[in-house]
Design a protein around this ligand. Structure first.
Ligand code: NDP
Length: 340
């Protein structure tokens, strides 16, 4: 029987923060699955900062969306019809269904989820791409050693909260930076050794107090003013996994002010700093299995906590997405699309 998918498509490219007019809703009959494909009903959609980059035409590590495309996105879905041996109706899978209520996907690109092992939404957050980003970037590039100090911003989000807690598990001192008193209080609950508000007028001063011995690993999630405050505190041989620059994703022009690049390069030289960008896919082949084992164990034992921010209704995705970029989310941002 034909299924109608409610879809959200890119109507025009955002300038600055995404607005409702950048998106449009449409309804389309879902394509019947061919050999090796399955028809899926979306249960949960992941909203992630990288989607802002795909809405732009600027050259990046992945192809931009075209105007009129369904917005891409990780999804947890129920199998409705299957033309693939090994997948049956009723099973729950992780896929890339995007911002729509039904999708047809290749079975070989799906991961079957076991709801008895962990809540299925965790496959979009702590046990999925953001959790893996934290694990791989911190361990492979940050190389945190016991007794060292690790700092991270966007520290209550799915990447940052995992970075800080993994740093603690590895015997480090963890400093979290987040926006607003509620988020800062939550960092205490997560076991961070120090929690700072990036809206504090004297962030640099607070950081100096919180890291009297300097910072050995700065996991870069945001850039902007937080980066400026952190750089002078970096120790000799400090490592900076450059994961994301959330403070700049909606920027329309370069920041004004003096050129700080010569000063930064001077510090890189004198302190033998390592700044290394990465896209999590790079580490999937070598680290994903270890990640699933370690992270599931830490979540089960309560050593690593996570928080999800779930909103009902696909129609709310544009507004919730724009809010997330501005820090309105509190935990992993997820849209509940259909009944679980
Ligand atoms: P979050 O859920 O943490 O959402 C982004 C957060 O960025 C906001 O909640 C806000 O937190 C913070 N933020 C926004 N503007 C500013 C600002 N001006 N200064 C400081 N903080 C700001 O996102 P994720 O955990 O999903 O992702 C974190 C980062 O990791 C992002 O940059 C993302 O692009 C990147 N990423 C990179 C990947 C890779 O492979 N390299 C893969 C996945 C994610 P607050 O309210 O605390 O300020």
């Amino acid at each position: 029987m034909p299924y109608v998918s409610h879809q959200i498509r890119l109507a025009c490219r955002p300038t600055g923060a995404p607005k409702p007019e950048n998106f449009r809703s449409e309804e389309h009959t879902v394509r019947e699955p061919g050999d090796g494909e399955v028809l899926l009903r979306t249960m949960y959609l992941s909203l992630d900062p990288y989607m802002r980059g795909r809405m732009s035409a600027a050259k990046s590590y992945a192809k931009s969306l075209e105007i009129g495309d369904v917005i891409m996105g990780g999804t947890v879905s129920e199998v409705i019809e299957s033309r693939s041996v090994g997948l049956e109706p009723g099973q729950i899978v992780l896929g890339q269904g995007g911002w729509q209520s039904y999708s047809t996907e290749r079975a070989s690109e799906l991961r079957v989820l076991d709801p008895d092992q962990a809540p299925v939404t965790t496959a979009l957050g702590v046990l999925g791409m953001p959790g893996f980003t934290a694990y791989s970037g911190l361990l492979a590039i940050g190389d945190p050693q016991p007794g060292e100090t690790v700092a991270v911003a966007a520290a209550t989000g799915p990447v940052g909260s995992a970075v800080g807690q993994i740093a603690k598990i590895k015997g480090c001192r963890a400093i979290g930076i987040a926006g607003g008193p509620k988020k800062v209080a939550y960092l205490d609950e997560l076991g961070f050794d120090a929690a700072l508000d990036h809206r504090d007028d004297d962030l640099a001063g607070r950081l100096a107090e919180a890291a009297p011995d300097g910072i050995d690993v700065y996991f870069e999630n945001v850039g902007g003013a937080v980066f400026d405050a952190v750089v002078p505190r970096l120790n000799l041989y400090a490592r900076v996994p450059v994961c994301g620059l959330a403070a700049t994703y909606n920027s329309t022009e370069a920041e004004s002010g003096p050129d700080r690049l010569p000063e930064l390069m001077g510090l890189v030289l004198r302190k033998s700093l390592t700044l290394r960008g990465f896209i999590q896919n790079e580490f999937r082949p070598s680290m994903f299995d270890d990640f699933l084992t370690d992270m599931s164990g830490w979540v089960r034992s309560g050593q690593l906590k996570y928080r999800e921010d779930i909103t009902d209704g696909l129609e709310n995705a544009p507004e919730v997405f724009a809010g997330m970029l501005a820090g309105a989310n509190f935990g992993k941002t997820i849209i509940k699309v259909g009944e679980s």
